[in-house]
Design a binder for this molecule. Structure first.
Ligand code: PLP
Length: 384
């Protein structure tokens, strides 16, 4: 089967709408021209409403990790302490980035477990310049308590750096109300654009901190991004990835046409449909959660049933034309993940579940077909 026929149901990259692909094929323009400023400004206006913030937002040519590194590199120096919360792969990445720039106070949980606020409070009491946490931990399908951590960070005078790579654009995120000083998102997730860009919001408090940091990275220096954005004609400090900007602009138009409210509801509904289908098929969710509202609304992680390897499920799904994800690091082969980010529709969700049922039946994991699809359809029908 041709690669073009495959359905991407992994947690990014996601299917990209044809109108976005068409937008990307436009001719190149001068990136120091009013035409580019207009695209940039238009994107920023829409991003502010998607982030729910009045803070400055910058668009970096670089994937989500570039923005994570910009956030930490511009605020943390070698004698500074930063709390890094880890309950999955991307929390681990924040810790690894942080350890390159400063001293890390590590708050660690088993991957797949909930974050315990008391442990974070303890670390804040010992003093820290910043706290970094992933909002939607893509590797395990858990939503972490960003609002609560933002409140604590404010109380203790620490910066709150939040990875919203797989929540912003698909789930409730309130950057200003949650006291998030720096938030990052990637283009290839809930925003529904191709990979390659990241967007980052920066509060005034974070800029004040950055002013006193002497060893900022060069390419990712957010002060340089601000200086260029504040020019009469908005610019980026270095040549932007123009086709990706064209694509992002169109992806944001699609979001605005749908409205964030409906988009979030759609993501919530689809992830619930996936979870109910798994329940009907006797497949356990991977996260062990105190509160079920902490399941991710954009990606679901499931335990691989006994007697089968997760990589085989992934391979069989791929043979049927659907791309899902496996587990990362030590979770490889043990869990599998289904994303419902961006502009996927209910047919995409249903056909993923139907195909999974076929795969599981062929592997003698289930005896009958249809239970998962029925459970998912029941959820999807609740809005009809
Ligand atoms: N943070 C989270 C929560 C992610 O899911 C990802 C990618 O999957 C990243 C960071 C890294 O983003 P990128 O691969 O775009 O650098």
């Amino acid at each position: 089967m041709d690669l073009e026929d495959k359905l991407l149901m992994m947690p990014g990259p996601v299917p990209v709408a044809p109108r976005i692909l068409r937008a990307m094929s436009k001719p190149m323009i001068n990136h120091r021209s009013p035409a580019f400023s207009q695209i940039y400004d238009d994107c920023i206006n829409n991003l502010k409403s998607i982030f729910s913030t009045d803070d400055d937002i910058f668009i970096l040519s670089g994937s989500g990790t570039a923005a994570m590194e910009a956030a930490i590199g511009c605020t943390i120096e070698k004698d500074d302490t930063i709390i890094a919360v880890e309950n999955g792969k991307f929390g681990e990445r924040f810790k690894d980035i942080a350890s390159r720039y400063g001293k890390v106070a590590h708050v660690e949980y088993d991957w797949g477990s909930s974050v315990d606020i008391d442990q974070i409070t303890e670390k804040l009491e010992q003093g820290a310049k910043a706290i970094a946490m992933v909002h939607n931990e893509t590797s395990t399908g858990i939503l972490n308590p960003a609002k609560e951590v933002g409140k604590l960070a404010k109380e203790y005078g620490a910066l709150f750096i939040m990875d919203g790579v797989t929540s912003i654009g698909g789930d409730d995120v309130f950057i200003d109300d949650w006291n998030v000083d720096i938030a990052v998102v990637g283009s290839q997730k809930c925003i529904g654009a191709p990979p390659g860009l990241s967007m980052i919001s920066v509060s005034e408090k974070a800029f004040d901190v950055m002013e006193n940091v002497k060893s900022s990275p060069y390419y990712l220096d957010l002060k340089a991004y601000k200086k260029s954005a504040d020019k009469e004609l908005t610019q980026t400090p270095y040549t932007p990835a123009l086709p990706l900007f064209y694509g992002l602009q169109e992806a944001l138009n699609i979001i605005m046409e749908e409205s964030m409210e409906l988009r979030i509801k759609r993501h919530q509904l689809f992830s619930r449909a996936v979870r109910e289908a798994m329940n009907a098929l006797g497949i356990e969710m991977f996260p062990t959660l105190n509160d079920h509202s902490n399941y991710s609304n954009t990606v679901s992680a499931m335990k691989v049933p006994d007697g089968i390897n997760g990589n085989d499920i992934k391979k069989d799904m791929l043979n049927e034309g659907i791309i899902i994800a496996g587990g990362q690091s030590h979770l490889s082969g043990k869990i599998f993940r289904i994303g419902n980010m961006g502009n996927v529709n209910s047919n995409n969700v249903l056909s993923t579940i139907q195909t999974l049922e076929m795969v599981l039946k062929n592997r003698k994991q289930i005896n009958t077909l249809g239970d998962g699809v029925q459970a998912a359809s029941d959820v999807l029908n609740t809005v009809k």
